[in-house]
Design a protein. Structure first.
Length: 299
């Protein structure tokens, strides 16, 4: 059995028909059927069961499908690594970012694009949990996320921390002192808070700080998308609490922002990538740009 046969097998499994798989692979149907038959003879078991016009994986086929996917991806990464020993920085960078971290990424990409104009990008957006899963599935190489994280599968470079701010509709009458509001004044405000799809994150941090200040927060909406929350604020639905740079990353009108007094909670961000995966040179260089940016801000 070789890698070509594994690719044939996976195409048939994904298409559930030899005819469709053969068309996708740009080959005739009989040779493809023969290759699958040879694999089954070598393993001395069936990989597919026929269900009407569809071919469905047997239990053994499911295991081979899962393991072969990892094997082919590892082989593909090995080829990239070998080629990059003699080539410069090139190709496409697959990146993820939470919307609340987008300001970090936009600044880095501006500098990176000037340094490496031939690089192209594929961007993926989601909350921290979603982007962790994207890295595990090899859909992206790295991501900029909000902490905390609870997995030890990733390398982490911390980015500069920043304060949270309150954002309200601009027609709300808020008593404030020079653009600041005491945290305890949030008691009666209808709040819309960032909340991860899964796991502990900013929602729990803000709610815990409210309770530390003797406030039972009036939360009317939970959402993993910062831009959606800010849009709701602009339309007068409620107020939100987001990292300061998040507001500046999006051009929303009809909103006002206030610094929060009486609290020391900070929003923490980081660049993450999988410990056991090869990073392309382009991704390594982008991480270096983000790290240099962070060092410059902290200095």
């Amino acid at each position: 059995m070789d890698l070509k046969q594994l690719r044939y097998f996976r195409a048939v499994a994904e298409e559930q028909q030899v005819t469709k798989a053969a068309k996708r692979l740009h080959m005739a149907q009989p040779p493809l059927s023969q290759q699958i038959k040879l694999m089954e003879e070598e393993l001395n078991l069936k990989l597919f069961d026929r269900n009407g016009r569809k071919l469905e994986l047997t239990k053994a086929g499911e295991i081979l499908f899962e393991k072969s996917g990892r094997l082919l991806l590892d082989f593909s990464e090995a080829l990239v690594e070998v080629r990059e020993t003699n080539e410069g920085i090139r190709g496409k960078v697959h990146i993820g970012s939470t919307k609340s971290c987008f300001s970090y990424l936009s600044r880095a990409l501006q500098l990176f694009k000037n340094q490496h104009p031939s690089i192209t990008y594929q961007l993926r957006e989601g909350d921290t949990y979603f982007l962790e899963e994207c890295i595990k599935k090899r859909e992206i190489e790295l991501a900029i996320v909000r902490l905390p994280m609870h997995s030890d599968e990733f390398n982490i470079i911390s980015l500069p921390s920043e304060p949270y701010i309150l954002v309200t509709p601009d027609n709300w009458k808020i008593e404030n002192q020079n653009g600041s509001i005491d945290f305890k004044e949030l008691r009666d405000l209808p709040l819309m808070l960032l909340h991860r799809i899964s796991g502990v994150g900013q929602f729990e941090l803000v709610v815990e700080e409210c309770r530390r200040n003797g406030i039972d927060p009036h939360v009317i909406c939970e959402c993993p998308d910062a831009a959606m929350l800010l849009s709701l604020v602009a339309n007068g639905v409620g107020a939100t609490i987001v990292p300061e740079s998040t507001l500046h990353a999006f051009a929303f009108k009809n909103v006002k922002s206030y610094q929060l007094k009486g609290t020391e909670i900070q929003s923490e961000a980081a660049v993450i990538w999988h410990k056991e995966r090869y990073l392309t040179r382009a991704s390594q260089r982008l991480i270096q740009v983000l790290e240099d940016q962070a060092s410059y801000v902290e200095a």
